[in-house]
Design a protein around this ligand. Structure first.
Ligand SMILES: [Zn+2]
Length: 335
């Protein structure tokens, strides 16, 4: 299911930083040489649905300066109730009956007169029969009907479907674009830096991480338990707590490794200093002046912990060893 829009939907020009993909698309739209089927691909959260929405608005706009944003066509596309837009959104799979129904519709007169948009989300979920059925229509296009196929996994589509569509492959966004999107949502600096880091260039993922309270709660807990240790007396206390959470050991070790990695990236100048604002002061000093070798040793300690965790008893011992190692490093940077 589509998430409700909590902010203004991106317009076509917001895709300008996609470079050649955008330039090529705009050229065909302006010249009226667009094709009857597009395959919009790219990672989760990169903006595939938003692009399809913006294209729909452009193609169904009845204003002079497209997309005008104020004509009935623009407004109906934006509100998701344009009579000439059909959206297929699968639950589990897209059956051949669904595609037959869509194609039948494509043969009818449009309501507004002119174009019809058929948008198929998660197109890879079409069954082979559904794909073959769609293929026939793509081979003999219906005048005025534009298919927008959206997928994260184009490899699951028949090669014949792919070759009948013009590819619009969205790339991961540059850092400044993701950061600007986070700032527009008033995400604070520490969260924004972290969300940017884990986003991999997906604006959707960055925004959802920034707003994921459970994620931040877990990070806070790991920060408190593993990076803010004050003395040896706390080691047993913390290891006791985490020995019962062995089922979460993967996530825990991933988090610790990621947090050490962040410190190292700041040291190497590959991430902004603000990324470690939430770390206790000794770690911030390490991020400013630490030896690369020290970071590598900490990463090795996490890797070793991952290898060593065997049964319940050793897991607690593994946690204690890691805690001790982290505390030693922290003490080195305490004043
Ligand atoms: Zn318009």
């Amino acid at each position: 299911m589509a998430e409700p829009e909590r902010h203004a939907a991106p317009a076509l020009q917001d895709f300008a930083r996609q470079g050649a993909v955008y330039d090529g698309l705009m050229k065909t739209l302006r010249e009226g040489t667009f094709v009857h089927a597009y395959l919009i691909s790219g990672m989760e959260g990169v903006g595939k649905r938003s692009l399809a929405q913006a294209m729909g608005q452009y193609l169904l706009c009845t204003g002079a300066d497209k997309p005008c944003g104020v004509c009935p066509g623009c407004i109906q596309v934006r509100e998701g109730n344009h009579p000439d837009v059909t959206v297929v959104r699968p639950e589990k799979s897209i059956q051949v009956e669904t595609i037959r129904e869509v194609i039948r519709k494509a043969g009818e007169h449009t309501y507004v007169g002119g174009r019809r948009i058929i948008r198929i989300e998660q197109a890879e979920k079409m069954t082979p029969a559904a794909q073959n059925c769609l293929l026939k229509t793509l081979e003999e296009p219906v005048e005025g009907t534009v298919f927008l196929l959206i997928t994260e996994a184009p490899g699951l589509l028949l090669p014949t479907i792919i070759s009948r569509c013009r590819a619009l492959k969205l790339h991961p966004w540059p850092d400044d674009v993701v950061m600007a999107a986070l700032k527009r949502q008033q995400v604070n600096d520490i969260r924004a830096q972290e969300a940017l880091h884990v986003s991999g260039g997906s604006i959707g993922r960055a925004l959802s991480v920034a707003a994921d309270e459970a994620y931040w709660q877990r990070r806070d807990e790991v920060m408190h338990d593993f990076f803010a240790l004050e003395g040896r007396s706390q080691i047993l206390q913390v290891s006791n707590k985490w020995k019962d959470k062995r089922d979460q050991s993967d996530a825990l070790l991933d988090d610790i490794e990621d947090m050490i990695h962040t410190l190292m990236l700041v040291r190497l100048g590959q991430r902004d200093r603000s990324a470690v604002q939430g770390y206790p002061p000794p770690w911030q000093r390490m991020a400013a002046d630490g030896d690369t070798a020290a970071f590598v040793q900490l990463m090795d300690a996490v890797r070793e912990a991952r290898q060593l965790r065997g049964n319940q008893v050793t897991w607690q011992a593994v946690v204690e060893k890691l805690l001790l190692r982290l505390m030693e490093e922290k003490n080195r940077w305490s004043m």
